[in-house]
Design a protein around this ligand. Sequence first.
Ligand SMILES: Nc1ncnc2c1ncn2[C@@H]1O[C@H](COP(=O)(O)OP(=O)(O)O)[C@@H](O)[C@H]1O
Ligand SMILES: [Mg+2]
Length: 491
Amino acid sequence: MEIVLDHLTKKFPGRGKNRQEVIAVNDFTFTIPDGKLAALLGPSGCGKSTTLNMICGLLAPTSGEIFFGDNNVTALPPEERGVGMVFQNYALYPHMTVEQNIRFPLENFRGKDRLSKEAMKERVLEAAKLVHIEELLERKPSELSGGQQQRVAIARSLVKLPKVLLLDEPLSNLDARLRLATREEIRRIQQETRITTVFVTHDQDEAMSISDLIVVMKEGVLQQVDSPQKVYDDPANQFVAQFLGTPPINMFDGELKDGQLWIAGEPVLRVAEGESVPEGQVSVGIRPEGFILLEDGAMHNEMVRPEITGRDVSVIFRNKAAKTDVVRSIISAEDWNHISGGEVHFDLKPAKVYLFAPESGERIRLKLEPLAQSAPQPETKAQTAAVPGLAEETAEDTGEAETMEEKTVEEIPVSARVIPQVMALEAREQMAAAVQSASAADAGGDAMELGRMQTTFTALNADGQSAEVVLETDAVDTYIAVDTYIKEGEL
Ligand SMILES: Nc1ncnc2c1ncn2[C@@H]1O[C@H](COP(=O)(O)OP(=O)(O)O)[C@@H](O)[C@H]1O
Ligand SMILES: [Mg+2]
């Protein structure tokens, strides 16, 4: 059943001295296609419940209309709309069994709609099976977990075979693990039944994970109605960009000048040919995955600390133009070896960078591109860029560099591979072990200086040739490698 909201508005009269009326829902027009799950998403007080209650019929709109398919239901009472409703608090009858609770809505059917005892029993069993609680039918609500109680509430809303299912923050009372499991359940049930569903939540992660369509709202005003991917990739404004995404988008003060985007006095991207550039201040949003770690990256930042989450590494850094104290980037573990010392440099992925008007937060749509390519670097330099000591040596003498390259390039992946393994380890002994297991031998010669630690070990390449390698680590919470280089290139 398609749901259409047409210029729907709800105003509440003001209370107290100034009697300022509240426009809880301001002129909402959108369509939820038949069989889809739409999430109403926004911070507390933005009008989600008010919208849902109007769709359900518990609240009459101040103006505007609601259609179920071709049917104008605006004036219909809730019981004639064919909706099932689930609330945050499960609202089960404590003195009734699970079976009686689920059956309750059917008991209200009168006249020709009245079902026989057997038909009711069958319907209750069907609904219970759908939410996987058929073995709990004899229990009382007090004998169930929160997640099971919410399933009973969902079964009760489904037993009348509604054309529309409405759920108002149904997972809020569940603990974190149950919340995850139950949201998967709701998605499964919705996909099996194909009932058009409206799901209210303030949790962007929840909305992103289960819905076909996200309706983003703020203070009673519609911000964007799109698929989760589209809302994330192409936010209508700064509010939407900041509300969706974990970790959240990073905000910077920026400037458009000379056909380039500047952050903290550095050009970081350029505006594509043919775009007219409105010069001046902009707010810049950069998704955590929008940073490319590079030795000679355009954006210079102060390194704070890395965080290891398994496959990815989160690099926390500072930039004086950032609107937050620290900025969080997510890079893949392979790029890790580009970090050296107290600075991190990034190039930016243009598709992950968004511009907004500083005052209104409206999106400024400009096609951005990487800065002009710098002169192509000799291949040896590019390959050894991660190993500063080496890069200098190879560049020094081109005659010797060729033979150097042959030998050392093989060696670099060894040291590069060592690093992600080492990062996760907590003890120096384990670090030495990891170094050895990565085909390097003879760890030793540790020295502490100013919170940093150097481990010198001898790495072997495939031919059994050896080189002395210095692994520098920064002791933050764990021992974390921030740099490695080959001290003596005598291979
Ligand atoms: N019955 C009411 N009387 C007056 N104001 C109300 C009433 N219900 C909701 N509001 C106001 O309308 C706004 C939207 O509320 P609501 O729809 O409950 O938000 P949400 O569900 O998104 O948290 C809020 O400012 C709230 O205080
Ligand atoms: Mg609410």
